[in-house]
Write a protein that binds this ligand. Structure first.
Ligand SMILES: [Zn+2]
Length: 324
């Protein structure tokens, strides 16, 4: 039940709660994930259908998702984070850098020798883990991004990611779990909505889509129709949990994403499954409208959340936000 259970992505919830409660909540005490054996679990069937590219780093699974775009997945940690490498003829864009448990830059070097530009879908810890391994980093011009770049995340904030229940350590060459933290990183240039990233023969548009996080963005490439949605849409429980989350802001973002999805050939989300039908994003827009209009009953979930289940995806919303 990795796809629909809440246990598999507790880390981000724990950190959101820790921030919301100013550190008074013990992250460890919130662990309810009792699943065992991330080394033994079968990969998601959707991953097995993709063309895999073998690399020297067994922590990562790399998939060719067409048009010189590679999904770099971390399926052996319960976040099941996915970064994407988009290769042009002059430069390559790395959209997210993963958990930072193994070196993503070594994998990237095996896929391309071109100069790398890093940009994050948002600056939660599960997407910025290896930013510090790169020298050219674009970032959104928000105070939230600046704070996360300057501070990273402490061991206390991310320690739930490295418990035996959370990941498969035998896939890693080495990781000091007692010291694991998310490094701060240096931003080369701050950018704004509609910024175009020029990779030579391809142009990637940055679209701000706040809601899940204040600095959340999507990428859209007109030529290929690839829409990268970060955590604003993926198959699985979509978290709108942070007390800083504004549901009205997310509403605007999912509307924007549905328009882009209507022109998209593929959706590339930042968790669980790398290639998704754009129709799912349009379904999410409709689903969110039903939640807003109170046309669907949610079920109480953990940590004061309400779960609205739509099959392939669900919304997990902080009950406090729904009362506002
Ligand atoms: Zn995430």
């Amino acid at each position: 039940m990795r796809m629909k259970s809440l246990g598999y992505r507790l880390g981000i919830l724990v950190i959101l709660l820790s921030i919301a409660c100013s550190g008074n909540v013990s992250a460890q005490s919130l662990t309810t994930d009792k699943s065992k054996g991330w080394c033994d679990k079968a990969l998601r069937p959707e991953l097995l259908k993709l063309k895999e590219i073998k690399t020297s780093r067994p922590w990562f699974k790399v998939y060719d998702v067409g048009n010189h775009v590679f999904a770099i997945a971390e399926p052996y940690n319960y976040e099941e984070t996915i970064a994407y490498l988009i290769i042009g003829n002059k430069k390559a864009l790395l959209f997210d850098t993963g958990m930072g448990m193994d070196s993503i830059s070594l994998v990237v070097k095996e896929l391309t020798q071109l100069p790398i530009i890093v940009l994050n879908s948002h600056t939660h810890f599960d997407h910025i883990g290896s930013n510090h391994e790169f020298s050219e980093i674009l970032a959104m011009n928000t105070s939230y991004t600046r704070a996360n770049a300057a501070n990273g995340y402490t061991h206390l904030q991310v320690r739930n990611e490295v418990t035996p229940e959370a990941f498969c350590n035998t896939r890693l060459p080495q990781l000091d779990t007692a010291a694991y933290y998310t490094h701060p990183f240096k931003v080369s240039k701050f950018i704004d909505d509609n910024h175009i990233i020029d990779l030579g023969n391809r142009r990637i548009q940055v679209i701000t889509t706040p809601g899940h996080a204040p600095d959340a963005i999507c990428l859209f490439e007109l030529k290929t129709g690839y829409l990268s949605t970060g955590d604003s849409f993926y198959i699985g429980p979509i978290f709108l949990f942070d007390e800083a989350t504004d549901l009205k802001v997310y509403r605007r973002s999912i509307n924007k994403m549905a328009v882009l999805a209507s022109k998209a050939s593929r959706v590339l989300p930042a968790h669980n499954i790398p290639v998704v039908d754009p129709a799912e994003v349009m379904k999410a827009q409709k689903a969110f409208s039903r939640i807003e209009a109170r046309k669907i009953e949610g079920k109480p979930g953990d940590f004061g959340s309400i779960i609205f289940d739509f099959g392939e995806f669900s919304y997990m919303i902080n009950a406090k936000l729904l009362r506002q």
